[in-house]
Design a protein around this ligand. Structure first.
Ligand code: PMP
Length: 442
């Protein structure tokens, strides 16, 4: 039964049992209306209420400022790898286009529109060629994938890998080198013009590496757009697990299937001034003519379109949204005034218990990432230095106690205990007991 199994999978991941049980009913006969949530229209009043409640709860949990849009999308975290490029590169282009147009008009006050357009086009083409940069901090396999998607979409010459954390760590992820070693595109204050955005993955699910705080060098350095770094963060695997100062970000995104709900919903929190009418997107005809691959991109990934339609541009999976909404509503009810800080305390405590047990037996367990970047969500470790037989023995012993999902990602091997929000405290205690029993029997 559910009560007997302790599941530590990395995603999809456990959900609160109360939500799963209520979900089973909601799938059959929601609110006694004779229809399930998989069957009702996404434009019905019921769906609208689910959508607005989910927004309100997320907004309250994370203290999301009014100048941000909450978008519910599909296509997962991977879809957002593409979406951020598709949406933020045009913002950069449009800012440059406006500047170029103003300059051209000043230099040639009597010029015809067609002439202005042509001069602007030529200048833009040159600026894109020479100055368009997307900064990526590569600290694990998901940020690596995101940077590869950016390269695939618009070309690797535009992608500046400002940090490849493997380089300073023997070719493997597991550390985040000091910020002064990163090579971010210089801002205006630093003698440059800044990048289109800086991308990082807040918690690397496969490698167990989590940023412990917002990087200092990504703070805005002034009011000028060229002094502000538009920060994009992938929070797929640590969403709503700690307090976040949303105002520091241009875009925060994450798939639901770890801390929030079931697969099929992706949340994007986007600063409104990056959307029209504040920053009009350049005309598609211009984007096509500029010929940067991947732009303007699929409309279902267009933030402006999704925002304008309150996430209902096309059919949104309302059942999946309801699950996410329930999880958020329950967190609000449980922690009330503390909001996400309440969940943060619990998450930290559970992680400390697991790391504590691992650290107690250094001969038997070796935590993979450096102590300075240990993830609270995905706890990666080796058994007996990665000895194959010992690791198999560890897994077999765990399975006997119904401790499941502890195998590390296939690309890195070893063990991974995922400690998402819905992993109950008792299950962590059971894991800790097993870690101690296994180690003392060695
Ligand atoms: N980012 C992170 C941090 C992830 O852990 C994952 C999935 N495990 C993804 C992105 C990709 O998400 P999806 O499978 O929803 O595309």
């Amino acid at each position: 039964s559910r009560q007997e199994v302790s599941y530590f999978g990395a995603g999809p991941a456990p959900l609160p049992t109360s939500v799963v049980e209520a979900g089973a009913n909601a799938f059959v006969n929601f609110n006694d209306a004779g229809l399930g949530l998989g069957e009702i229209s996404h434009r019905s009043p019921t769906a609208n209420k689910i959508l607005n409640d989910a927004k309100a709860n997320l907004s309250a949990l994370l203290d999301i400022p009014d100048n941000y849009e909450i978008l519910f999308m599909q296509a997962g975290g991977s879809g957002e790898f593409s979406a951020v490029v598709q949406n933020l590169v045009p913002v950069w282009i449009e800012r440059r286009r406006r500047k170029a147009e103003a300059d051209v008009r000043k230099a040639q006050p009597g010029a015809e529109q067609a002439e202005v357009d042509e001069l602007v086009f030529q200048r833009l083409q040159k600026e894109i060629d020479e100055e368009l940069k997307l900064d990526y901090l590569v600290t694990g396999s998901w940020s690596l994938k995101a940077s590869q998607e950016a390269s695939r979409l618009i070309g690797s010459k535009y992608v500046n890998v400002a940090l490849d954390a493997r380089k300073a760590n023997g070719g493997k992820f597991g550390k985040i080198p000091a910020e002064d070693s990163w090579s971010l595109t210089p801002t205006k204050k630093e003698g440059g013009k800044g990048s289109a955005f800086v991308y990082f993955c807040d918690n690397e699910t496969v490698d167990g590496v989590e940023f412990q705080q917002f990087p200092k060098s990504l703070e805005a350095q002034g009011q000028d757009a060229e002094d502000e770094r538009l920060v994009v963060a992938d929070m797929s695997s640590n969403f709503i697990s700690r307090k976040v100062d949303v105002s520091k970000y241009a875009v925060i995104f994450g798939g639901a299937q770890k801390n929030i709900g079931v697969t099929g919903i992706t949340i994007a929190i986007v600063r409104k001034d990056l959307l029209p009418p504040h920053t009009a997107t350049p005309p598609p005809a211009l984007l096509h003519r500029l010929d940067i691959g991947g732009l303007p991109g699929p409309i279902v990934l267009d933030y402006a379109t999704i925002a304008k339609n309150n996430s209902l541009y096309n059919t949104l999976p309302i059942f999946n949204l309801w699950i996410a909404g329930q999880v958020m509503a329950d967190l609000m009810a449980e922690f009330s005034a503390q909001k996400v800080s309440g969940q943060e305390e619990v998450a930290n405590k559970k992680a400390q218990l697991i790391y504590g047990a691992l650290d107690k037996f250094p001969q038997v367990y070796q935590v993979v990432p450096d102590v300075s970047v240990r993830s609270r969500m995905n706890i990666c470790f080796r058994v007996s230095g990665g000895d194959d037989a010992k690791e198999k023995e560890f897994i077999a012993g765990a399975e006997k106690r119904l401790l499941q999902g502890l195998k590390g990602h296939r690309s890195v091997g070893g063990m991974r205990a995922s400690n998402y929000n819905a992993v109950p405290f008792e299950n962590v205690q059971k894991l800790v007991k097993y870690l101690e029993d296994f180690a003392t029997a060695q």
